[in-house]
Design a protein around this ligand. Structure first.
Ligand SMILES: [Zn+2]
Length: 362
C-alpha cells in the first residue's frame, strides 16, 4: 500500500534516479578518458561509511575499478529496524521488533536506500556521496508509528505519544523521598518498571516495595490528593478473574481494569508542574490496607507526610481473604501535551537503576 502520504516520494525517487543517471553517464565519460590517459598506477577504489551508516562515500580515481560493485553497496537499503531505532533510540527490543516488521510492510524498501547526493573531483580523485534523506524518511517513520500506536498495541495504557522522555536525563527539581521510610527501591528487575505482567497482559509501570502488611506509607513530595479510596471494598475472586480474562482477550490491560480493580485501595497525589520541568507529575500508591480519614481529594499533603498503610488490596490473595504478597505498588507518571509516561519507561536495566538513584533522596 503506497498511500497519499508517500506521493512526494515518487518525485523524490525520480530526482534521485535522474541525478544517479547523470552521474553514471559522467562516470562512463570519465572511464573513456581514463582508458586513453591511463599512465599512472590505479589507486584502490574504496567506499567509506559514516559511523551511523546514513552516508557513504565512494572514493576512486579515473580508473573506476570495481566502481559498480561499490555503487551497489552504497545503495543497499538499510533495514527498517535500524532506521526505526535511529528515530526512537530508547525503544524496547520487543517493541523494536514488532514495529520494524510493521514499517517494512508499510514503507517501500527504496525509501531506506542511500541515494546519490554529490560528486566532487579533487585532482585525480573522484568522490561520490550517497545519503539517506533523513528529513524525508524520519517523519514517514514517525507518522507510521504514531498511527500504529494509536491502535494500541504495546504500552498502550496511558500513552498516546511514542516519543518517550529520556528518563535517564530527567532529574526532579527536588529529589523524592522513598514512599516507605525504611525501604530503598528494589534491585530485582521484576519489581521495577518495564517488567512484564503476564497475569494482566501488560507491563509493570511502577516499583514494588515489599513490606509487611500495615507498614506506614508517606508522600514522596509536596502535592494535593486527587484520589483516595476511603471506602474501598475488596472484590470477589471470580469477578477479578473474569476481568483478567477480558484483559487477556484484548492482549493488554485496559485502563479501567487497571485503575478501578488492580490498584486495589489506592491514593493518587498530584505534584503539579514544579517537580519536573515541562511535565505534570502524579504518584500512585496502590494495594493499601488503610487510608487516614483526612486524606480526601483536595487535601494538601507535604513531602514525608504519612497517610496510609501498605497491604495487598487488589491482588488475588486479597480477594481470597489472606494478607499474602503484601507490598506497596508505587508509580510516578509524567504527563505532557503528547501523552502520559511511567517513570523509567523504555530504559534498560542499568540506566533504570541509575535514573532511580538520581530520582530518590538517599
Ligand atoms: Zn507493582
Amino acid at each position: 500500500m503506497v498511500s497519499r502520504k508517500y506521493r512526494k516520494s515518487s518525485k523524490h525517487i525520480l530526482a534521485g534516479f535522474i541525478s544517479t543517471s547523470l552521474f553514471l553517464s559522467s562516470c562512463s565519460q570519465v572511464k573513456n578518458q581514463s582508458d586513453i590517459v591511463n599512465s599512472k598506477p590505479a589507486i584502490n577504489t574504496k567506499i567509506v561509511f559514516t559511523k551511523d551508516s546514513l552516508k557513504a562515500t565512494i572514493i576512486t580515481d579515473t580508473n573506476l575499478s570495481n566502481f559498480d560493485e561499490l555503487m551497489l553497496q552504497a545503495q543497499t537499503p538499510l533495514t527498517a529496524k535500524y532506521l526505526f531505532n535511529k528515530v526512537y533510540p530508547n525503544i524496547h527490543d520487543s517493541t523494536l521488533v514488532v514495529y520494524s516488521k510493521e514499517l517494512s510492510e508499510n514503507i517501500p524498501e527504496s525509501f531506506f536506500k542511500r541515494s546519490i547526493t554529490g560528486f566532487k573531483k579533487d585532482g585525480e580523485l573522484l568522490q561520490f556521496t550517497f545519503q539517506i534523506d533523513t528529513a524525508f524518511i524520519f517523519p514517514i517513520i514517525k507518522n507510521d508509528i504514531v498511527k500504529f500506536t494509536k491502535i494500541g498495541y504495546l504500552h498502550s495504557m496511558f500513552n498516546i505519544d511514542p516519543v518517550v522522555p529520556k528518563f535517564d536525563e530527567l532529574t526532579p527539581t527536588t529529589k523524592l523521598l522513598l514512599p516507605i521510610e525504611s525501604l530503598s527501591f528494589p534491585s530485582k528487575a521484576s519489581r521495577l518498571p518495564n517488567a512484564p505482567r503476564s497475569y494482566r497482559s501488560g507491563i509493570h509501570r511502577g516499583i514494588d516495595f515489599f513490606s509487611n502488611w500495615g507498614t506506614p506509607v508517606r508522600s514522596v513530595a509536596d502535592g494535593v490528593i486527587i484520589r483516595s479510596d476511603l471506602s474501598y471494598k475488596e472484590v470477589s475472586p471470580d469477578f477479578r478473574k473474569e476481568m483478567l480474562k477480558r484483559a487477556a482477550t484484548l492482549d493488554r490491560t485496559p485502563s479501567d481494569i487497571f485503575n478501578e480493580l488492580l490498584l486495589g485501595q489506592a491514593v493518587i497525589i498530584d505534584h503539579g508542574f514544579k517537580l519536573f520541568a515541562g511535565y505534570r507529575a502524579i504518584t500512585i500508591y496502590a494495594h493499601l490496607s488503610n487510608i487516614d480519614s483526612n486524606i480526601q481529594p483536595g487535601y494538601i499533603i507535604k513531602a514525608g507526610e504519612f497517610f496510609a498503610m501498605s497491604g495487598n488490596s487488589g491482588t488475588e490473595p486479597s480477594t481470597l481473604g489472606t494478607r499474602k504478597e503484601s507490598h506497596l505498588h508505587w508509580e510516578l507518571i509524567l504527563q505532557n501535551s503528547g501523552g502520559e509516561y511511567y517513570f523509567g519507561r523504555d530504559l534498560d536495566y542499568e540506566k533504570l537503576i541509575a535514573a532511580l538513584d538520581s530520582l530518590f533522596q538517599n
